[in-house]
Design a protein around this ligand. Structure first.
Ligand SMILES: [Zn+2]
Length: 243
């Protein structure tokens, strides 16, 4: 998912563009007394360290994350872990996000605890970062948002392993269902952060789908088979000057 700010408001309560899901972005998070007593809060420091360790591991070991980092660098948008990736406490509805205002990827330390999940979020949000850098994505425009969400789902989320984990498809019909998976994920991402109806989200996804589904920059292939495709994409990276 991604979030953005401003744009004309449709309903008056639509002004924050998802920022209420990321209370630390606006300095609004403080652990509550009941939260601390029940053990649900007060562990933010430990969670943050674990999250930062996962981020660092992905950055140094994940082929896809390295490929995306190379693509960003080649586009003049070099990613510096300390400047561009932050672990924060978020609303339970979201696992991560991209904040175009600060050009930062947010990993939700309270919801995204495993290295695998962090890797998935990193690659997803790095595609938003790439699109913001290269394609001048206007996150306030729902068609632009739909396009970058389609690309992120297409290139990473709807892979064999993550789809099975999330129950979207069985391995036997992954080809037929890949488009459905991408559409569903993109629609879910849009309605998670925007105050739009499901119908509006579907309409935006359908409007831009053919163009954005076929745009495979910068990974060059849909990552469906897990390891092998990721290695192949990485091996081809030098052709584009990314690695
Ligand atoms: Zn997204």
């Amino acid at each position: 998912m991604s979030k953005g700010k401003s744009e004309e408001s449709q309903s008056g309560e639509n002004d924050n563009y998802g920022y209420e899901l990321f209370p630390e972005r606006k300095g609004e998070f403080t652990p509550t007394v009941t939260g601390v007593l029940t053990g649900n809060q007060g562990r933010e420091g430990i969670e943050r360290l674990k999250c930062e360790r996962n981020v660092y591991k992905c950055f140094t070991t994940s082929k896809l994350v390295k490929l995306m980092a190379g693509a960003l660098k080649a586009s003049g948008c070099d990613i510096d872990l300390r400047r561009h990736v932050v672990c924060e406490v978020c609303n339970s509805r979201v696992s991560g996000g991209y904040d175009p205002e600060t050009n930062q990827i947010v990993i939700c330390q309270n919801n995204s605890r495993s290295e695998g999940v962090v890797q998935g979020i990193m690659t997803h949000e790095m595609i938003h970062m790439f699109d913001y850098c290269n394609n001048k994505v206007d996150f306030k425009n729902i068609d632009h948002l739909a396009c970058t969400e389609i690309r992120a789902a297409n290139l990473t989320h709807c892979s064999l392993t993550s789809s099975i984990l999330q129950g979207d498809v069985s391995p036997f019909d992954i080809k037929a269902n890949h488009k459905i998976c991408v559409k569903r994920k993109a629609i879910t991402s849009i309605i998670a952060v925007r105050n739009v109806s499901v119908d509006e989200a579907i309409a935006a996804v359908e409007r831009v789908f053919p163009k954005c589904y076929n745009d495979l920059e910068p990974i060059g292939r849909r990552i469906k088979g897990g390891g092998a495709d990721a290695k192949r994409a990485y091996a081809e990276g030098f052709l584009y000057g990314y690695v």
